[in-house]
Write a protein that binds this ligand. Structure first.
Ligand code: PGA
Ligand code: ZN
Length: 427
């Protein structure tokens, strides 16, 4: 019989230089697992809560010593009592001990660290690579496949200090046949974009997710520049490479209106949908995330009715990786895809349940990093093991982003998965 022998928390640093929780789990047969927790900046209103110390004398109030204490005092004693614990038993005990619907008491970050570290220890115990272990937990019969990456090369909104209103401008290598070629494609476009920006006189320093944040005047200027970089890199725009946008519209929603500061325009929901439609007509955009505010459900219905059969409409802040909001979306015909962020819900089991629900309803799933992330590549294994189909994990530089791509390249070689779906993802 196996038991959890020891759980230990650490106060590590994330990619923004803020403290974040790291957790080690050790089983009594010597198998160990570690994980680190990411942190968002444009956080959805209904995400499970991240708990920090709020002690102004340490790390500007952002320390996580309280989480480490809670792991020791609240989580470890009952978890150690479980005989032969499996993932769902551990995760439901974590939920039960916290006791609040949004993990406000002990924090989604605290629960997640333990959940993911246990997953790694258990995978080792079962002698499985993490993605195969995750696959054994899935309640659906899709074949494991490599996810199509979305590379976030140009940034605006809450992730940049420029005049661009939309948050992320991503390139999607829809025409490539495997992850290694997809990563090469992203990198070649990234470097062509850098040279182009250099020649125009823009700063080429990168932001939180490794994308550039030049002082462009508008969203379409950003898409024009990206188009030029794709052509410069000798890829065929629309066939080899398409675009995806994360509008993060909740960030520029104010008193019922959408304030596009960069363009000096204020739009109602219909005006914003018209605007997004005009971008889709001009550029090969295959995916639109958070096109409207996360509480503007009626307008989301209109957006879906108008554009849902032309592009993938992804709910991030809208669904917050939560079955309750996803089901509301499915019932009211809102969006057709869900962004999956582990720390929006707080355990691996709950995350896989949401993914199963989405698949059942025919919604696409896109596994995602957070803008504040770590070198932990867990989401690469999650995307493969849970057959997500797509992954978004930033640009092609900064180690907390490349750790995910590099892990995917290793998984592809190791598992011999050849069913990369490229353009079929967006059919
Ligand atoms: P966040 O951004 O991690 O800052 O929330 C990512 C996203 O909005 O998709
Ligand atoms: Zn988003």
């Amino acid at each position: 019989m196996t038991r959890i022998a020891n759980i230990r928390g650490f106060e590590f640093l994330d990619s923004r230089g803020n403290p974040t929780l790291g957790v080690d789990v050790e089983l009594d047969n010597g198998c160990t697992g570690s994980a680190m927790v990411p942190s968002g900046a444009s956080v959805g209103t209904f995400e499970a809560l991240e708990v920090r110390d709020q002690d102004p004398n340490r790390y500007h109030g952002k320390g996580v010593l309280g989480s480490i204490r809670d792991i020791r005092n609240e989580f470890e004693p009952p978890l150690k009592k479980l005989a032969d614990p499996d993932q769902s038993e551990v995760d439901s005990l974590l939920q039960h001990i916290d006791g609040s619907p949004d993990k406000a008491r002990l924090g989604a970050n605290t629960a997640l660290g333990v959940s993911l570290a246990f997953a790694r220890a258990r995978a080792k115990d079962l002698n499985l690579p993490l993605y195969r272990y995750i696959n054994t937990l899935c309640d659906f019969s899709d074949e494991m496949r490599m996810p199509v990456p979305m590379f976030n090369l140009l940034n605006g909104g809450a992730h940049a200090n420029n005049c661009i209103d939309l948050q992320e401008f991503m390139v999607v290598p829809v025409g490539t046949l495997d992850i290694a070629s997809a990563v090469r494609c992203g990198s070649e476009i990234f470097h062509c974009l850098k040279n182009l920006m250099d020649s125009i006189g823009f700063s080429t320093s990168v932001g939180d997710e490794g994308g550039f944040a030049p002082d462009l005047r508008s969203d379409s200027d950003a898409l024009d520049l990206l188009s030029e970089a794709v052509i410069e890199a000798e890829y065929d725009l629309g066939t080899d490479v398409a675009f995806a946008l994360d509008c993060a519209a909740s960030e520029f929603f104010n008193s019922g209106r959408y304030v596009l500061q960069g363009q000096n325009r204020t739009l109602d929901a219909k005006g914003l949908i018209d605007y997004l439609e005009s971008l889709i007509e001009r550029f090969p955009i295959v995916s639109l995330e958070d096109g409207l505010n996360d509480q503007d459900w009626n307008s989301w219905q209109e957006l879906t009715a108008r554009l849902g059969d032309r592009v993938q409409l992804v709910g991030d802040d809208l669904f917050v990786t939560n079955e309750k909001f996803l089901n509301k979306g499915i019932e009211s015909k809102v969006a057709n895809a869900i962004l999956i962020k582990l720390n929006q819900i707080g355990t691996l089991t709950e995350t896989l349940e949401v993914m199963a629900e989405a698949k059942k309803a025919g919604y696409n799933t896109v596994v995602s990093h957070r803008s504040g992330d770590t070198e932990d590549p867990f989401i690469a294994d999650l995307a493969v093991g849970a057959c997500a189909g797509q992954i978004k994990t930033g640009s092609v530089c900064r180690s907390e982003r490349t750790s995910k791509y590099n892990r995917l390249i290793r998984i592809e070689a190791e598992a011999g998965l050849t069913n990369f779906r490229g353009v079929r993802e967006f059919d």
